[in-house]
Ligand binder design. Sequence first.
Ligand code: NAD
Length: 339
Amino acid sequence: MAKVKVGVNGYGTIGKRVADAILLQDDMELVGVSKTKPDFIAKIASSKGINIYVPEGSEETFENKGVKVSGTIEDLITKVDVIVDATPGGVGAQNKPLYEKHGVKAIFQGGEKHEVAGFSFNAYVNYNDAKRRKFVRVVSCNTTGLLRTLHVINELYGIKEAFAVIIRRAADPADDKAGIINTLEPAIPVPSHHGPDVRTVLDVPIETMAVKTPTTLMHLHALQVKTEKKPNKEELLETFSSYKRILLVSKNLGIKSTAKIVEIARDLGRKRYDIYEVVLWEDSISVKDYSIYLYQAVHQEAIVVPENIDAIRAMFELAEKEESIKKTDESLSIGTLEL
Ligand code: NAD
């Protein structure tokens, strides 16, 4: 079967990671990426041999800065089977008519509303429902983290009710225009948008509250889940550990903060310290009657990357769910941070 031709529109935090992940797949080909500014990121992409497509009329500005241009963004769209749109939230919705005009499939990110694609995706929960779809939305980092854990609990015990407090990183490490220095910012109104976002993929009653904090490393979730069947801690731990995209860590080994999780990824050689797994503190998991309590951490820059790759495979029926997840996990060395 011919490789699926992929273009990445929006080459920022998520776009550059998805582009790198596509380069690792044997059933996909990266045709190129879009850049709106001829900055150092464009130079690095160019030096890696990635084809760059730019807004019409800006070709000369790029060439003047020594960045080779392969065409306009619209040219890129005409050359691909699918676009991964990783532009800032809201821009994807504006781009959709262009994808429709050229009859290409598109994957949108969590910054877009569910309605933009009409279908929201998480590989563990609804891979099969993404088959043959034209438009798919990969949900946000926090939602992806919540879905992975809730999926396991729901399969085992059925979820009666869930509640999560999301302690949010204020900005990404390279984001120097945003960022809060010495303050905490609660998301008002309550509940936050994360609960309804989870329900676009997994139909369970969940409410969330969120607080932005002055950190760039990871998000932290304090999660409480009330179950239909009585949960068992050992069974829960065993099942969590059978999912490669869920990483169990322990405070007993000195892993007591998000900073220490990042250090593990650095020490074990993860590119850009990307942590694709949702990270659960196994010693935080506590079971009381019909309730489960736990803490988990989410690396916002990386967790949605494997989901984008699986979404492409599902949309083109390149592989069945388990095979796709295995392929993606192997290509990104997911599951190799276990200690
Ligand atoms: P980003 O700002 O890092 O990158 C967006 C890129 O798109 C930038 O390079 C920008 O120059 C470019 N761009 C802007 N307008 C464009 C246009 N019209 N055409 C082409 N390119 C354009 O943003 P990000 O953090 O990568 O977020 C992208 C999407 O992923 C959003 O929907 C966001 O909500 C979602 N997301 C972000 C994170 C995160 O923590 N960063 C996590 C999960 C999902």
